[in-house]
Design a protein around this ligand. Sequence first.
Ligand SMILES: [Zn+2]
Ligand SMILES: [Zn+2]
Ligand SMILES: [Zn+2]
Length: 269
Amino acid sequence: MSPSGSAQSSALRVTILGSGTSMGVPSLGCHCRVCRSSDPHDNRTRPSVLVSRAGSCVVIDTTPDFRFQALRQGLDRLDAVVFTHAHADHILGFDDIRPFNLKQKSALPIYASPETFAILRRTFAYVFAEGPAASTIPEVVPHVIDGPFELLGVEWRPIPAEHGAMEVLGYRVGGLAYLTDFSRVPPQSKPLLAGVDELVIDALRDEPHPMHQTVAQALALVLELKPRRAWFTHIAHDLPHQETNERLAREGFANVRLAYDGLSFEVSA
Ligand SMILES: [Zn+2]
Ligand SMILES: [Zn+2]
Ligand SMILES: [Zn+2]
């Protein structure tokens, strides 16, 4: 162990900006006990993570709640956006990167797979259009992901997974693996998740879903991958925070918890 704070200063800080499923929790018009819960951990915005290091900040996905999440987090700068896939709950806050363009006087690097870029270009055609814009639009430098890349001075390794019939990318960054929106991790991606310190994975609910893991499937993956800690995300209103954590502890998963908005921890770079 190094005696000074050098390891500390080079660590990555991970903050869960949103831990909810596509509709968020509470979901509109729902009066179930989780949607009515007074426990702030049961308020879940759409799924996103902030990874920061030495004052630089990268967000994974720009959800419809991105502006709110950035305000809540006091996000003062943004150095890149990395996308997992192009479902609405992961991209629809994209337009709200504009204040960072203006403040930082620069275009923002964005990283995505070719499939995700195809949908981003269609959904946000005005961002990628040629010629001058009549008003402020996001200014971006697109980086098509075709292998590992570097951000925050560390390597980001894409982890392909199956989200129903769609491909989604998770990321391994230092001691973190973030993998949301998947129903299956193909065998060739499992080595990329081996030996991870903090594993953040999709666990929608108990009832099976064609595009997301259940709690039981997520727990089976935890047993297989053996992370130091695991956090479940993309959580629906079926899972009350405290009750589910007590259940996980009772079932012997002392190192597994539901993530929640605002959860923050450090991992090695
Ligand atoms: Zn999603
Ligand atoms: Zn509900
Ligand atoms: Zn999705």
